[in-house]
Design a protein around this ligand. Structure first.
Ligand code: BT5
Length: 236
């Protein structure tokens, strides 16, 4: 396939996880697999990765250190690409989901690789349901592009567009956190909703009020205090 971007793209029929493969490669490489046998989400959760989806990891050496910011930028890119190619309006669910009518279409897993104390590279894993069949247990909460559009879709076109947009959008946001947060919030599915948030130790209920400068979620609790959620799952 022609790849009109700055990236070296490696294709595989089958991998355990594109993020794991990407960890062994240099920056500016991209790994794409048709099938992942051990696709991962956050907290090592299983990511369903049958044939027909876009399972892709980008390896980059970046100036932005906060993985959540990279996830935010990537979400905006995926949103934009889906809108440009298909004219579909998706939304972003904090922290790392692209949703369509409340159902998860894409998940992003950004991982940081350290060399001693220094960040050697970042791996940005994108899992987008395109033509793949979703397992029965996910069908209530997940969706694929094929289901929405009702026809088979060219995966390579989506991958190429994402890779083309990456340097453009990254440059736009790397020195402009305010713009990143403003743009992200415009696309947010989460802000303003009554939510239940599960963190590793605790569950909180409240209204999703804002995103702070490091991309954490701020919720307003029933006692009117605010709580900053650095990591967790949001339900509504
Ligand atoms: C994510 O985790 O959403 C990040 C997913 C990242 C996957 C990509 S694929 C390429 C790269 N290589 C990898 O190994 N991973 C990355 P999280 O927020 O933790 O969501 C995980 C949850 O989403 C699971 O517990 C399921 O409930 C649900 N899920 C699993 N597979 C799904 C799918 N294909 N579509 C929608 N939801 C799914």
């Amino acid at each position: 396939m022609k790849n009109p971007t700055m990236f070296n793209v490696y294709y595989f029929k089958k991998l355990a996880s594109t993020n794991d493969k990407a960890k062994k490669l240099n920056e500016n490489c991209v790994v794409i697999a048709e099938i992942q046998t051990k696709g991962r989400g956050r907290f090592n959760r299983r990511w369903s990765s049958s044939k027909g989806g876009l399972w892709m990891s980008i390896v980059l050496k970046l100036r932005i250190r906060n993985p959540k910011k990279i996830t935010f930028i990537t979400s905006i890119i995926v949103h934009k690409v889906i809108e440009t190619i298909f004219g579909l309006e998706t939304k972003i669910k904090w922290p790392n989901d692209i949703v369509f009518n409340g159902k998860k279409l894409c998940g992003i897993l950004t991982e940081t690789i350290f060399k001693g104390k220094h960040i050697a590279k970042m791996i940005i894993g994108i899992g987008l349901n395109v033509n793949n069949e979703l397992p029965a247990e996910l069908r209530k909460k997940a969706i694929s592009l094929k289901e929405i559009i009702n026809k088979k879709i060219n995966i390579n076109q989506i991958a190429n567009e994402i890779l083309k947009e990456f340097p453009v959008q990254y440059k736009k946001y790397e020195n402009n956190n305010e713009r990143l947060l403003t743009d992200w919030k415009k696309l947010s599915d989460t802000i303003g909703k009554d939510v239940k948030v599960k963190t590793i130790g605790k569950t909180y209920c409240g209204k999703a009020e804002d995103i702070d400068e490091d991309c954490s979620l701020i919720i307003r609790l029933s006692n009117n205090k605010t709580k900053k959620i650095v990591e967790g799952d949001v339900f509504y």
